[in-house]
Design a protein around this ligand. Structure first.
Ligand code: C5P
Length: 308
């Protein structure tokens, strides 16, 4: 069967606040997610049986531990039929860099198979399997600006227009989420500081007011990251960035700018210092969801044609 192609976008955490500890040992978060235009491409084809995953990136496991594989298995269980599926992941999102690549791939497979198999579940009914796959997976069912509460998996999509220019500095992994949270807890845990996300949303402040509570712990875990963070902040300051912050538990950073010129200046300064960066834009929740509504779009076009 001819494969269907889906983009699988990266996220950044515009702000990430640790607000407490949950009874299951996880940390309670309040985070402001946003989707950026950097994406992997996933080809999904129906096959006679079984699930296969391939990728052009050596860091992506091509077996049943892959989140995209597990997402396909969850969809087989939900549909009650063992339909076969072949998944090919063309990787561009840094692996293990706090950009949610693996979680995005999993959510894309959930929504793509929902569409391809005509199950009509939608993001609402895909929530439970998404939560079982990982804390970041539910966000990627919706995309766009959204608040993440609880483990970060209680998602409230937001009507928030983001039009800043984004400069991503993808990390090369090296800091594990579990060790960053452990270090955060050893350092004394949540500070109890007032939520900047709340005041940002209430008063439409600049994203420059937001913070990532995990940054200090990530930097303590990886001294190399401390040096990179310093240089990114310096480049951001000299080019007039509105915000410079780490995404998730690291190791990627991002800078936000009002205009493309300042962004280009920062990108150049980073490149001169041997740090690669990627220019991207924010993706709205509406355009994020379009990929999975092809049938709706097609049936609307069909209705229009037959009404003529
Ligand atoms: O979500 P993920 O499986 O990547 O998380 C890895 C580890 O990070 C968890 O097992 C947990 O120890 C820690 N974590 C946490 N609170 C969260 C998310 C992750 O303590 N909200």
């Amino acid at each position: 069967m001819t494969p269907r192609r889906f983009r699988s976008f990266a996220k950044i955490n515009l702000g990430l606040e640790v607000t407490g500890r949950l009874p299951n040992g996880y940390h309670e978060l309040k985070t402001l997610f946003a989707t950026v235009s950097l994406h992997d491409t996933i080809d999904i084809a129906a096959t006679r049986g079984g699930i296969s995953v391939r990728s052009d990136h050596p860091g992506v496991p091509c077996n049943e531990t892959n989140l995209a594989y597990r997402a396909a298995a969850a969809m087989q269980r939900l549909s009650g039929r063992k339909r076969g599926v072949a998944i090919v992941i063309h990787k561009r999102i840094a692996v293990g860099g706090g950009l949610g690549g693996g979680s995005s791939n999993a959510a894309t497979v959930l929504r793509a198979l929902d569409l391809m198999w005509g199950l009509g579940l939608g993001p609402g009914r895909l929530m439970e399997p998404a939560k079982a796959l990982g804390a970041d997976v539910p966000y990627f069912l919706f995309g766009g600006p959204a608040l993440g509460l609880g483990r970060g998996d209680d998602i409230r999509p937001l009507e928030l227009r983001l039009d800043q220019k984004v400069l991503l500095v993808p990390g090369q992994g090296g800091v594990s989420t579990a060790s960053v949270f452990r270090r955060f807890a050893e350092d004394g845990g949540p500070s109890g500081a007032p939520s900047r996300i709340d005041s940002f949303l209430r008063r439409s402040l600049s994203p420059g007011t937001l913070r990532n509570d995990l940054e200090r712990a990530a930097i303590e875990e990886s001294p190399a990251l401390a040096e990179v963070a310093r240089r990114i902040r310096r480049a951001g300051r000299s080019a007039g960035a509105i915000q410079a912050a780490m995404s998730g538990s690291g190791s990627s950073f991002f800078l936000l700018f009002e205009d493309a010129h300042s962004r280009a200046a920062a990108s150049q300064e980073l490149r001169a210092g041997g740090i690669a960066s990627l220019r991207c834009s924010f993706v709205s929740g509406r355009s994020y969801g379009h990929r999975f509504e092809l049938r709706k779009a097609m049936s609307r076009a069909g209705r229009r044609a037959s009404n003529r």
